[in-house]
Design a protein around this ligand. Sequence first.
Ligand code: AMP
Ligand code: MG
Length: 425
Amino acid sequence: MKKDIHLSDLISDSSMAGDYDPNAMSVEKAKAWIANFLNPIDQKETIHIKDALNRILAEPIIATMNVPNHDNSAMDGYAINLDLLSDNGPFKLKVTGKLFAGNVLEGNAEEAVRIMTGATIPSGLNAVIPQEHVELNEGVITFKTKPQINQNIRHMGEDIKSGQIVHQNGRRIEPCDLGLFASLGIDSIRVYRKIKVAFFSTGDEIISLGNPLLPGHVYDSNRYSLIGLLKRLDVEMFDLGIIPDDKKVIEDTLNKASNIADIVITTGGVSVGEADYMKDILKKIGEILFWKISMKPGRPLAFGKIGKCHYFGLPGNPVSTMVTFYQFVREAILTLSGQTPIPKIPLIKAKLLGPIKKIPGRTEFQRGIYEQDNQGIFKVSPLKDQGSGILRSMSEANCFILLHEDTAHLEKETWVDIQLFDSLI
Ligand code: AMP
Ligand code: MG
């Protein structure tokens, strides 16, 4: 297991200190810093494969049998002994038996047997000729073309060989894996336990659903966006509600959260306003890195530790919350869950359908709508409203247009990188 690294050690380490600039941290640098402090989970549990979708394999899966475990027919037809055929057709062979899947031939096959898909190939027979290629007359098949040796035979172990490593630990279980494990007779597997994530919203103006909205107040949307984001990552959630901008209550809630969870996520209160307390509280009860990331949206971001628990303080603006989650928290959760390797978010080249205004010096995650034309070329339109409070832009968009730090204004038809929302699951 990775040794605990303290934030203060790293920041005071002269080899790293040059890298640390809380006022202008690039997205990539911030990600690299965060990666230094992540301690992946090491607790394991045994679960039935039917519950294993999306879980992370904690021990390698090694095949203890061959799949298939017998040579069998890939077609409905006739298994034949090629050695009996002369050089030139038409060929004639006597049919001496019939085999269904699951049956094994009693005694020896002679010239040919009728065989169904999946049935075991009798010893001595070495090809299967499909039924549409033969004529059957009084127990004798006639055919014109000589099949190749082993034609239409599925060989023992051709899918998986006994002793083969089927998957290494760190694998996120896909639907096909469930079938693969079942084909090997494996009904339960060792996985890492689910990551526990506690989260709460902060802000005196934030109101819970079901309550009337008073003047100046807003409904808590961030907590619901987070629930959606976290559900997709299949973590165990602890929803701690809304906490007012009160130092004592926030501190108590953070302490409680850090005792039950592997990660605590809060939204709001990480800016430099007079009610933005997260930085001070974290300094008192844990360790914190606080950055003004050179990105838009999502400039302020806090990351830290409270004991062994990881902490993310996301900005409160609803789009910023989602962007910082996708760009920082998602990858951290995958790492903590034990997944290896961590899949990179694919960048796809798309042609801009409208111009974009941007100043160099920060990474922007504009919301866009992409489509593929009939030549397969990706084209993307930036949405008009790009404000960090306009959550509708996330809902209408189907991708981020990733504008790199040094990029300036872009004309229509320029090629840009996009991240498809579908690839962020
Ligand atoms: P803050 O980061 O606390 O300064 O909040 C920035 C903006 O985001 C303010 O306009 C807040 O009202 C808004 N905001 C903060 N938290 C939430 C939330 N949970 N749901 C909706 N809006 C929020
Ligand atoms: Mg606030």
